[in-house]
Design a protein around this ligand. Structure first.
Ligand code: N01
Length: 488
């Protein structure tokens, strides 16, 4: 074996990649590497460092079950504190030495004869690995809007996940495009600083109040001294969120009640009827991600903030022209326009058996068995692959379940001396038919909206249509009978 040969090669050092590394170490593996494209670990929590960035799931649930943090300072922590948590985890479990920063994967090719992957990074360096575990994230590729003339704008422009910290927003006239989860955090954070903010809305989101608060020193002390109190709090949060899955997937009546609450909250927050009408969604709650915020509506009431609902026509050197012919001039334009979630989870050239390319295998939409294994791509595993996303709870729960399943596979491959494992095509197909059947009865498909959950043809390739405990149960054991097993 040369220096660049590994048992496992992990792509991405975010929540998923670090979890894989920690569990590999716990399982006794040590010959692995993590390739991380950024200059720091953290993944989405490193990328999304825009003003106001915070989690919309409570931190005591949005953290590893095996690494609780009694000291979260807020119910919903800010980006910096979450990144620090991940830094601390990497340090505690001595993971940093496995991470190679500033390294993007360009290509990965499987060789059936040797049962090995040959991975090439964007600098041309070549690695060999028995297993490739992609932890590249479902929301890692920013999506820029398809607006004519986008390149002509002469002012400053950047995407929310590529925030230009060196750009001074104070006293500038700023345009923000998009009103999703990112925008509703950015707008209240920058509105008091900028001279004028124009927010371009295409579809209003459903918004609920955010039950956020500082976690007092006393409460943190209790969680430190009496860990069962912290565990109980996490357990309670877990079940409250699981109940929300009922509304999205089985009992739409729950959403009706929630939308009444959201409408009441909007009415109370925005007295002006014209503005309120513009902010009222015309699709069933839950179809797009339900957002939570206490400061978004108040920010829209500021004199220097204007909501533009006229659709964008073109962009030009000085700003944006809307369909009504009005020109809006800006110093800076911020694209809070989301991510390429449904149209490709793996953004590099991945070739499995017989030169099969993943992008070809996924021409009709991404599919995998348990969001983890793809037929024809042996020893390739994904964390947060197709149909693993959640509309109702913490992604860390799904990540841990998938990582557990992958660890079971790693242990079996080692103990049985397997050359490779490759999920059977018929297993993958039957699983995905079932997933699509379940999805067809959810609000995400029938709620009357277009969302990033779906491909252009309307197939939902991003969300898990059920409870997290169902997924945990399904990933408890690796099922060798569902795979073609090739011995050495
Ligand atoms: O992106 P989005 P995001 N012209 O896709 C609009 C997670 N997240 O970055 O709705 C005009 O939700 C688009 O309009 P429409 C979370 O899972 C979590 O905000 O398509 N507008 C929409 O309003 C979230 O769901 C946190 O009509 C255009 C917006 O851009 C996911 O990331 C924080 C347009 C995109 O919204 C993505 O959220 C942030 C165009 N041409 C994100 N193109 C937490 O709190 C797009 N839009 C943890």
């Amino acid at each position: 074996m040369n220096n660049n040969s590994y048992e496992q090669l992990i792509i991405g050092a975010g929540f998923a990649g670090i979890c894989v590394a920690i569990q590999l170490k716990k399982a006794g593996f040590s010959n692995f590497i993590i390739l991380e494209r950024n200059g720091h670990l953290g993944g989405t929590w490193y990328d999304n460092a825009y003003p106001g960035a915070a989690c919309d799931v409570e931190s005591h649930l949005y953290s590893y079950s095996f690494e609780p943090n009694a000291n979260w300072s807020k119910v919903f922590s800010r980006q910096g504190e979450i990144l620090k948590y991940l830094d601390n985890c990497a340090e505690k479990y001595d993971i940093n030495k496995y991470i190679q920063l500033n390294t993007s994967v360009a290509k990965a090719v499987f060789d059936e004869a040797t049962g090995l992957w040959t991975v090439t990074d964007s600098n041309g360096k070549v690695y060999s690995a028995k297993s490739v575990i992609s932890c590249a994230g479902g929301l890692s590729q920013p999506a820029l809007p398809d607006i004519k003339g986008i390149g002509d704008f002469k002012g400053e422009k950047f995407h929310s996940a590529r925030w230009d910290k060196s750009y001074e927003l104070a006293n500038k006239t700023v345009g923000v495009i998009g009103t999703g989860a990112s925008a509703i955090q950015i707008v209240p954070a920058i509105a008091p600083v900028v001279k004028e903010l124009q927010l371009f809305q295409r579809t209003p989101p459903w918004i609920m109040p955010k039950p956020d608060a500082e976690i007092s020193g006393f409460r943190r002390g209790v969680y430190n001294r009496l860990p069962f109190m912290r565990s109980f709090y996490r357990w309670r949060l877990y079940w409250v969120h699981e109940m929300m899955a009922l509304g999205f997937t089985r009992r739409p009546g729950i959403l009706k009640l929630a939308s009444k609450l959201a409408s009441f909250y909007l009415k109370r927050s925005v007295p002006d009827e014209t503005l309120r009408k513009k902010l009222t969604p015309n699709y069933i709650m839950g179809c797009k991600r339900v957002l939570i915020s206490n400061d978004y509506y108040p920010a829209l009431l500021r004199n220097n903030v204007h909501l533009i609902t006229e659709h964008i026509d073109t962009m030009n050197a000085s700003g944006i022209k809307t369909k009504d012919g009005v020109q809006h001039d800006f110093d800076a334009i911020i694209f809070a326009t989301g991510f390429q979630a449904a149209d490709g989870v793996v953004m590099f050239d991945l070739q499995g058996k017989n030169g099969l390319k993943l992008n070809d295998a996924w021409r009709d939409g991404a599919e995998a068995y348990l969001g983890t294994s793809v037929a024809g791509f042996p020893n390739f595993f994904m964390v947060v692959g197709p149909n693993i996303g959640l509309g109702h709870s913490s992604m860390i729960l799904m990540i841990e379940a998938q990582v557990h399943y992958i660890m079971e596979a790693m242990k079996l491959m080692k103990s049985e001396g397997l050359k490779f494992v490759d999920v059977k095509k018929e297993v993958e197909s039957a699983y995905n038919d079932d997933i699509q059947d379940k999805l067809s009865r959810t609000v995400w498909q029938s709620g009357g909206c277009v969302s990033w959950y779906q491909t252009k043809s309307g197939k939902n390739v991003t969300l898990w249509p059920g409870f997290t405990f169902t997924f945990m149960k399904r990933t408890k054991k690796f099922e060798p009978e569902k795979y073609e097993l090739q011995r050495q």
